[in-house]
Design a protein around this ligand. Structure first.
Ligand code: UDP
Length: 474
């Protein structure tokens, strides 16, 4: 690495959505004249080496290197409890490692996933600034941030059974945020470890040097104003994937996938009529009970719309009873469906045949849908997704939130509502938001300017110890 170039450590939570977003940030920062060491778990590194093209592109960049971390938790993270196992292993394994890297190398700053609070501990006393990058939406961040207010006002723990009651203590969301729209961890016991972990670490963002968010001002302006009262220095630089394209740093084929993409679905899409296909995917972490899978499946078949569905190999919990599924639903699926294990999602959403997206509203998926101008049918699984899906429906008017239920009649009805009955209305608002998204990442746009400001601010940060540059170069 060239020693005169400012050097940044980037460390995401080891999970597909987080790594994806932070690799995109890396690809934006490298050409701006920064060197980057990207910390990655050995499991994620293996996955990237197996399937993703970004790995090949980055490795050829002289200012880039992966630093692979052994010994991190490698199990599933589809519940708060399992997520906590990852947090624990990060604290134990990654804190000393990160501190060593900060002390040994001439680092200008650390850009750490804001969900990894340990990075602040690792940098404590070193003088190296830690910038938090939260890969969730501003609205979900703000809901997490407000959890202590919900507890002190008595709105948490949730009591009684009325999940439609409005929440009054997430400022800026008073008129529309219901109990069922709070982050999923709020449904648990008040003593729940994950709830407190997520809330505490979000509050610790105020101690970070700055906050990067993968969003844009036209999408989340009012909520960003709330956050700025506590974290004044925010860089909104998203949607990152669109930002890469606007700076000619990416093509649709560049992939950060941990799974093998099945591109045959693109040929199948080529044979479908414009805006006729429902694309269904629940991201990389969500799981379905077998009966939920069947309800979705019946609903999709009964909707009579062509559908492309991502059924990840670990999507469905419990016993595998595939024969039964296929006998029940074979005909409708053969006529109109196409199933894949993992799709090239950005390419799929950009395809003219896609008319709507049945999504869990993970933040990457939500932004990808926004940029592609594709209306959504929302079925949140956990964490931030409950908040995102409410915003998709009542704030941004980009789709319908079918939260908490997925019975077949409801799936069929809502798919038709979005793709037939209110089709024009949703397409208009989706197109409008897509235009605003593109405007934000083009020259002169808010995200474009904020990225330039971020780069300048990092370059202006002092090198902690110039002597280390010599050691680093050896
Ligand atoms: N994704 C993909 N192919 C698929 C499903 C998902 O490439 O078949 C990508 C998707 O484009 C997104 C990421 O995986 O960038 C999922 O991130 P998100 O934040 O939406 O959800 P998570 O997986 O974190 O729940």
């Amino acid at each position: 690495m060239d020693l005169q170039t400012p050097h940044v450590l980037i460390f995401p939570l080891p999970a597909q959505g987080h790594v994806n977003a932070m690799l995109k940030l890396t690809e934006l920062l490298l050409p701006a004249g920064l060197n980057i060491t990207f910390l990655i778990s050995s499991k994620d590194h293996r996955s990237l080496c197996g399937y993703a093209t970004v790995h090949l592109r980055l490795n050829s960049h002289p200012g880039f290197r992966f630093h692979v971390i052994e010994g991190l938790y490698e199990g599933p993270m589809d519940t708060g409890e399992k997520l906590s196992l990852m947090f624990d292993s990060l604290t134990e394994v990654a804190t000393p490692l990160l501190r060593k890297l900060i002390l040994d190398f001439p680092v200008r700053c650390v850009i750490a996933d804001g969900i990894n609070g340990f990075s602040l501990d690792a940098a404590e006393g070193t003088g190296v600034p830690v910038i938090f990058f939260r890969t969730i939406s501003a609205c979900a961040f703000w809901a997490y941030f407000s959890i202590p207010d919900l507890i002190s006002s008595g709105e948490l723990p949730l009591t009684g059974t009325n999940m439609d009651e409005l929440i009054m203590n997430v400022k800026g969301m008073e008129g529309f945020l219901r109990r069922r729209d709070l982050p999923s961890f709020c449904r648990s016991e008040i003593k729940n470890y994950t709830l407190h972990q997520v809330s505490n670490i979000t509050r610790r963002s105020t101690a970070a040097h700055a906050l990067i968010l993968n969003t844009f001002d036209d999408l989340e302006g009012p909520i960003l104003s709330q956050i700025r009262k506590h974290c004044p220095n925010i860089y909104t630089i998203g949607p990152l994937h669109a930002h890469l394209k606007s700076r000619s740093l990416s093509t649709l084929e560049s992939s950060n996938s941990f799974y093998k993409e099945d591109k045959t679905c693109l040929h199948w899409l080529d044979q479908q009529s414009p805006k006729s296909v429902l694309y269904a995917s629940f991201g990389s972490l969500a799981t379905l009970e077998r009966d939920q899978l069947l309800e979705f499946w019946h609903g999709l078949v009964n909707s009579k719309k062509p559908f492309l569905w991502v059924i990840r190999k670990d999507l469905v919990l419990g016993e595998n009873d595939e024969d039964k599924v296929h006998i029940d639903l074979e005909k409708g699926t053969k006529e109109r469906g196409y199933l894949v294990g993992w799709a090239p999602q950005e390419e799929v959403l950009a395809h003219p045949a896609v008319g709507a997206f049945l999504t869990h509203n993970g933040w990457n998926s939500t932004l990808e849908s926004v940029v592609a101008g594709v209306p959504m049918v929302s079925w949140a699984f956990f964490a931030d997704q409950q908040v995102n899906s409410r915003f998709v429906d009542v704030v941004w008017k980009l789709g319908i939130d079918m939260k908490d239920t997925c019975d077949r009649t409801k799936v069929e009805r809502i798919v038709n509502e979005v793709m037939v009955v209110r089709k024009e209305e949703f397409i208009d608002s989706a197109n409008h938001m897509a235009e605003l998204a593109m405007k934000s990442v083009c020259e002169g746009g808010s995200s474009y300017n904020n990225l330039d400001r971020l780069v300048e601010d990092i370059k202006a940060m002092g090198v902690l110890n110039k002597e280390k540059q010599v050691a680093f170069g050896k």
